[in-house]
Structures are given as C-alpha cells and as structure tokens.
Design a protein around this ligand. Structure first.
Ligand code: HEM
Ligand code: HEM
Length: 125
C-alpha cells in the first residue's frame, strides 16, 4: 500500500478513536481526558492527514527507506503519545512513570516532522 494511503487510513483510525473519546466525554460530562482527546485528533488524525496530502501532492519519488522510516516513526510516536496521555489523564499511572515515555513520544513526533520537512526540501515535485 502506498504511504499516502497508509497515512490516510491510520489518520482515520485516530479520528474514530478521538471522536469516540469526545462523545464519551460529552455524554459523561467528564472532560478529564480532553488533552488526550485533543492530541489523538491533532497529532494522530490531523497531522497524519496532512502527511498523506504531502505524499500525494509533493513527494513524488521520495527515497523509499527514509519515507518509510518517517511513516513508522510518526505512527509509533503518535500511538505512544495517545495511549500515554489517556493513561495519564485517567489517573491510571503517575506522571513520574509516564513523563519520560511521553517525552520520548514527543521527540519522536518532532523528529518525524523534521524528516517530513527534509523529504519535501529534497523532493523535486
Ligand atoms: C465527535 C466529535 C467530537 C466531540 C464529541 C468532541 C468533544 C469534545 C469535548 C467534550 C471537549 C472538552 C471541552 C472542554 O472541556 O474544554 C473537547 C475538546 C477539544 N476537542 Fe473535541 N470533540 C470532537 C471532535 C474534535 C475534532 C475533530 C477535533 C480536532 C481535529 C477536536 C479537538 C478538540 C480540542 C483541540 C479540544 C481542546 C479544546 C480546549 O483547549 O479547551 N475535537 N472536544
Ligand atoms: C510533539 C508534539 C506535541 C507536544 C509535546 C504537545 C504538548 C502540549 C502540551 C504540554 C499542552 C498543554 C496541555 C495542558 O493543558 O495541560 C498542549 C496543548 C495543546 N496542543 Fe499540543 N503538543 C504537541 C503537538 C500538537 C499538535 C501537532 C497540535 C495541533 C495540530 C497541538 C495542539 C494543541 C492544542 C490545540 C492544545 C490546547 C488544548 C489542550 O490543552 O489539549 N499540539 N500541547
């Protein structure tokens, strides 16, 4: 499957999970998980969707291994960040445990963004 389609489908998975969490928060009148909800949707759905569009529109002939690595890095980091934020804001694990994990996930999301910028810079299209 092409990377643009993979980003798109992963993005929809986050959209469904994040909106599901939003509906749960609204229905339960308990908004404790809103930071997790916001980042599942923004880092998971919106950023994946933007990466899908970048692949479709600007990244013709990008180096396959680097582009593949960038995809897995963003998806892994977004997943760890999403699960970590849910566990943190649900109060299931303390910040002392989750802080380093969330820190690593954040750096992963950041490096994936830098790599995407690099891929766009190097792309002729
Ligand atoms: C089924 C759709 C959705 C529902 C039911 C929903 C529900 C909620 C609820 C209940 C809150 C907490 C409000 C608060 O206490 O301040 C919230 C916050 C938030 N939602 Fe959603 N949401 C939905 C879709 C989305 C989407 C699609 C996005 C972005 C792509 C989004 C982004 C945010 C953000 C950024 C916040 C935090 C706002 C703040 O800083 O106060 N939501 N949402
Ligand atoms: C490396 C990735 C990211 C990190 C480490 C990060 C970190 C944070 C932190 C620490 C907060 C404050 C949460 C609080 O109120 O306690 C926050 C809020 C927010 N961030 Fe991010 N963020 C990241 C990516 C993004 C992206 C990509 C978007 C949008 C596309 C975004 C949109 C927001 C919004 C709208 C809020 C206010 C709503 C909320 O408090 O959840 N963030 N972020």
């Amino acid at each position: 499957m092409t990377l643009d389609r993979r980003f798109l489908l992963c993005g929809f998975a986050y959209a469904i999970a994040g909106m599901g969490l939003g509906v749960y928060m609204a229905a339960s009148h308990d908004h404790a998980l809103f930071v997790a909800h916001a980042h599942i949707l923004l880092v998971g759905f919106v950023v994946s969707f933007i990466y899908a569009l970048i692949h479709k529109l600007w990244l013709v002939g990008a180096p396959a291994r680097l582009a593949g690595f960038q995809f897995y890095l963003h998806q892994l980091a977004a997943l760890v960040m999403s699960v970590g934020l849910v566990l943190l804001y649900a109060g299931l694990y303390p910040e002392s445990t989750l802080g380093p994990v969330l820190g690593l996930a954040s750096v992963g999301v950041l490096i994936a963004a830098v790599l995407m910028a690099w891929l766009v810079l190097r792309s002729p299209g």
